[in-house]
Design a protein around this ligand. Structure first.
Ligand SMILES: *Cc1c(COP(=O)(O)O)cnc(C)c1O
Length: 449
């Protein structure tokens, strides 16, 4: 099975590399369509057998049936949820990470990989404005990033608490679902803060909620820098001030929107982010890295290490070394060097290229907002802060949106799903792919006339 015979490696290697190269050159990529379990079983059959079905058969099944039954998240008209549009460099480097058998949980085992990941993290830390001592690691996604940061926050608050143990988190009703799920995992109470007229979390509303409930009962405040549904950036400066004054951990969830820090045209919206105690951004969203990759940063990583280091007889050799072990800063022990595809692409292209690509998506988003404003049958929910554009088709009900969305996908024309805002069904474009053009936007809006 582990045959190093050059023939075996060459055969599978050639097939895999040719596929990867071909897939990355497709222009446009097919949007594709999901199949049902019955359809897939009919076309693929049973693949797991005692003798194996050979690499060629399995690979052909993947390329001919399985892959086309997966939507291409990098399709320029995939505008649902938050898409993912890796650079070819990042996607290809993911193959290298897989082939290299690197364990990136400890410095002892993965120093080279961890060093490179840390340089990429430092670029983000500088964008945020965190001090030189800041650090963290790359975790699978914003969900684990938020959970890990909140665990560190709680550990810190409880170590410092003089009275009862803090058990609450304050966040807005617009905060990401993963914040609620983190609170459930932690058996913490999530206290909702009302939004201001512009749908943002602000210092005064936060202060009222904290004071009404007793600030000493809270271990963290979560602000969102780019909500997933509408791309709204909370008023980070006034929130930071309240957190500092009341001594509560300030976590900023920039899973989607954090990439905007690299775009001068929107950087001002993030003022105050530099005061955060922890921060996340998903390079697999708006920073052109493949799944799955979330950058998690702490102002003072020692606080996270105290909360997250796992102790076991066989791990003491790592823990006692005093070296930088990425696994100490998040939930999870074993870790893939998942920051390396992002690092490679960032190193290759340079940070200016990232700024340009992010600004390009912002330009297309502003075009979309203009176009929606111009068309009498459409209405913007709100001027976009970033690159999510929420809008309604006047006269449409929930079924109209769903039928329209189903039809666009069925025709492999575009993937745009309905969403809800304040109870109303409408729709949105999430634009993080620099290949999404003004023409794509116009073509989709034309289907709503
Ligand atoms: C996507 C998102 C998350 C969750 O990130 P995953 O990578 O999907 O786990 C958290 N917060 C915000 C604001 C997001 O947009």
């Amino acid at each position: 099975m582990h045959s190093k015979a050059s023939g075996d490696i060459e055969t599978i290697g050639r097939a895999v590399l040719a596929y990867a190269e071909g897939r990355l050159k497709l222009d446009p990529v097919p949007l594709d369509n999901p199949l049902t379990p019955t359809e897939l079983l009919g076309r693929v059959g049973q693949t797991i057998t005692p003798e194996g079905i050979t690499g060629k058969t399995a690979f052909d099944l993947f390329t001919d049936v399985l892959a086309p039954a997966c939507l291409s998240v990098d399709h320029p008209r995939f505008l649902s949820f938050i898409p993912c549009a890796p650079t070819p460099a990042a996607a290809m480097f993911d193959l290298v990470v897989g082939a290299s058998s690197v364990y990136a949980g400890s410095w002892l085992e993965g120093s080279g990989a961890v060093f490179a990941e840390n340089q990429a993290l430092r670029w983000i830390a500088d964008l945020v404005g965190l001090p030189a001592a800041a650090g963290g690691n790359f975790v699978p996604g914003g969900t684990i990033g938020n959970l890990s940061a909140l665990v560190a926050a709680r550990h810190t608050a409880r170590a410092n608490a003089t009275g009862s143990r803090p058990y609450r988190v304050a966040a807005t009703f617009g905060a990401h679902s993963s914040v609620r799920s983190a609170c459930e995992v932690m058996d913490a109470e999530l206290v909702g803060v009302p939004l201001d007229a512009d749908l943002r979390l602000t210092g005064p509303a936060l202060r009222k909620v904290l004071e009404d409930n007793g600030p000493e009962t809270f271990f963290a405040v979560v602000a969102t820098a780019g909500t997933t549904n509408l791309g709204i950036v909370d008023d980070l400066a006034s929130v930071a001030e309240v957190c500092r004054e009341l001594g509560i951990w300030f976590h900023v969830d920039g899973a989607y929107g954090g990439a905007g820090l690299a775009a001068p045209s929107v950087r001002g919206l993030f003022d105050g982010v530099e005061h955060c105690d922890s921060f996340i951004v998903d390079p697999h969203k708006w920073l052109f890295a493949p799944f799955d990759c979330c950058a998690l940063l702490y102002r003072d990583p020692e606080l996270a290490r105290a909360a997250h280091t796992q102790h076991a007889a066989y791990l003491d050799v790592l823990n006692d070394s005093g070296a930088w072990n990425p696994t100490d800063y998040s939930i999870g022990l074993t870790r893939r060097a998942r920051g390396l595809p992002f690092w490679f692409s960032l190193a290759m292209h340079g940070t200016n290229a990232y700024t340009e690509a992010i600004e390009r998506t912002l330009t297309v988003s502003r075009f979309a907002a203009e176009e929606i404003r111009r068309r009498p049958e459409l209405e913007l929910v709100r001027d976009p802060d970033l690159s999510v554009v929420g809008f309604r088709r006047l006269g449409w009900g929930p079924d109209d949106y769903q039928e329209w969305s189903d039809r666009l996908l069925h025709e492999e024309f575009a993937f745009v799903v309905p969403t809800k805002h304040e109870g109303e069904v409408l729709t949105r474009f999430a634009i993080v792919n620099p290949m999404t053009s003004e023409d794509d936007i116009t073509a989709i809006l034309d289907t709503m006339v």
